[in-house]
Design a protein around this ligand. Structure first.
Ligand code: HEC
Length: 166
């Protein structure tokens, strides 16, 4: 009789241990999974400095390519034509926003950059999407949570294109 409880104890002891091991494994996995997916969905946005109505430094030091920017602005990728008419673009456009014709003459690259990154800094009521913002947004599908509408390279490509609209 003496050996039984001891064995039980031993068994339950090791059962407990393996349960604890399993739990820690599961929790560890869950922790790992959560932090993985959060970091995958929350790529840290690069810090940028707003001076007056401008952002002078290219985001992440990226060099914009105007032809790629044109592609973003004139297609559904950027959705810009939902609201803006764009010179040289003959598809259907919206009229909820100023014509982008001549915008590269009216505004500098630095001014354009802030307007694409986060127009609501300049006009909290604007309907223009903040293309490089992940916080303070409402009704975002969890699938997209933490992801900006455009990445640093796309922002710079769009800025490079807008500058050409003299
Ligand atoms: C849902 C509508 C909407 C969409 C989509 C949109 N914008 Fe705008 N945008 C506006 C409005 C409205 C303004 C006017 C400024 C304001 O509301 O504060 C504006 C202003 C601007 C300005 C400043 C123009 C000026 O003359 O001062 C630029 C540049 C601009 N948008 C570029 C873009 C680009 C590029 C895209 C796509 C990547 C885009 N917008 C998508 C609504 C939109």
């Amino acid at each position: 009789m003496q050996g039984v409880p001891a064995q039980c104890l031993k068994l339950s002891g090791s059962a407990l241990k393996s349960l604890a091991f399993l739990m820690s494994g599961v929790l560890g996995c869950a922790g790992f999974f959560v932090s993985e997916s959060v970091s995958a969905q929350n790529p840290k946005l690069i810090d940028y400095q707003i001076s007056a109505d401008s952002v002078f430094e290219p985001l992440g030091g990226r060099v914009g390519v105007a032809s790629r920017g044109a592609q973003i602005v004139q297609t559904r990728n950027g959705q810009c034509t939902l609201c803006h008419a764009i010179p040289g673009f003959n598809g259907q456009v919206g009229n909820l926003a100023p014509l982008l014709e001549g915008v590269g003459a009216r505004l500098s690259a630095a001014q354009l950059r802030l307007r694409i990154i986060n127009s609501s800094v300049l006009n909290p009521q604007t309907i223009m999407p903040s293309y490089y913002k992940v916080e303070g947004l409402v009704s975002v599908d969890p699938k997209w949570s933490g992801l900006p509408l455009m990445n640093e390279q796309q922002i710079e490509d769009v800025v490079a294109y807008l500058v050409t609209l003299k």
